[in-house]
Design a protein around this ligand. Sequence first.
Ligand code: GUN
Length: 306
Amino acid sequence: MSATILDGAAVAAAIRERVAGEVRELAGRGVSPRLEVILVGDDPASRVYVGAKGKACAQVGIRSGTHNLAAGAGAAELASLIARLNADPDVDGILLQMPLPKPLDGRAFLDLIDPAKDVDGFHPTNVGLLHQGRPAFVPCTPAGILELLDRAGVALTGARAVVLGRSEIVGKPMAALLLARHATVTVCHTRTADLPAVCREADVLVAAAGRAALVTAAFVKPGAVVVDVGVNRVEDAALVARLYPGDTERAAGLAKRGYTLVGDVDFNAVARVAGAITPVPGGVGPLTIAGLLQNTVTAARRRRGL
Ligand code: GUN
């Protein structure tokens, strides 16, 4: 392996420390940031994410609460909860955990959140501002990735950046942020013709397509920086053995839980070609919650004109 490992967990820890300092500073002004999280239904993964968000808030001194609506909650009930949180002057941030159970349409409810409290950066007002190059609340994962790249000293001005994936949560905002930093940005996806050749043009490749180990060495220019946003549950023991030969820790985790988390990048193969790479786990994952904490404190300050 030749690539430098980009340590997202360390960067997330540094962001959390900075946020904790901002919380202390706001406390001196009588301000105590507060996040309210809405979870609809009982999706196990969403439950874990929401729990982790609450715990992370507590660690840095942000007040937080969770509103758990039943899977069968009606649109009126959810809309009225959002309206109540919008109107509560003591609430700084509102996060509606995605995805919503059917038949609720996630986007319709994200649209109801006050843009000044939209700590996910998913409201059309915040999306529009980001694409105009005057960001307000930037989606947490791409914001964290940018900080990771900056702290690693990755030059973006003039660089060829390729974003593989076009989601509202990662791909599109990531492309907007890289463009604002003067990279030359290509957005591609799983239906792009000759995807490996397009990705091979990248000095900085952000893989966020949601397909386990899609990005092989053939996708990567030697020396490129590769950021892996994927968190795919893989249950296929033969695939895991092929991707991580001799990795007894992985094999043990798979045997214990019935799955292992695999990124969009074939890590071992790509690490031989790339200049730097994020691992899964321990790369991009920890940055998402750190970004949420930062956005919540920013919301608390902005709402008061501080
Ligand atoms: N579901 C998966 N990731 C996210 C996220 O960043 N925010 C919200 N609200 N839901 C998610």
